[in-house]
Design a binder for this molecule. Sequence first.
Ligand code: THU
Length: 128
Amino acid sequence: MIKDLLERATEARNNAYAPYSKFPVGTCLRGAKGGLFAGCNVENSAYPCGTCAETGAIAAMVLAGESRINEILVVGPDDEHLCAPCGSCRQRLHEFADAATPVHIYGPGGLQLSTTLGQLLPYSFEFR
Ligand code: THU
């Protein structure tokens, strides 16, 4: 059931700080122990200092003592853009998830795409 993820991600998106792009994003991760970890993008007037929603959610998860992700949901602000995780966040998510981990991408109008992290980041780098 992804309703819980969608609710938390939408709440997070509504608190995003995105005055420059005007593109608020929310994410919610389901940890392997069942916890939910939300994040939003936090931009900065020095543009490269901004952080993505996924980055914030990963930080919240690690802070809470969780290190495996079972499910990922991202919600963007409109239905024109597919709010897929950026390249850097795909790699960040990969650190804590598997190729089979589901990734659900929503807009205000509903589900845009359900895929997996492996589909989004094939031939990913691993150094463990
Ligand atoms: N952004 C995210 O937070 N997550 C994504 O999945 C895609 C893009 C943010 C970064 C920036 O604050 C804004 O969306 C526009 O790129």
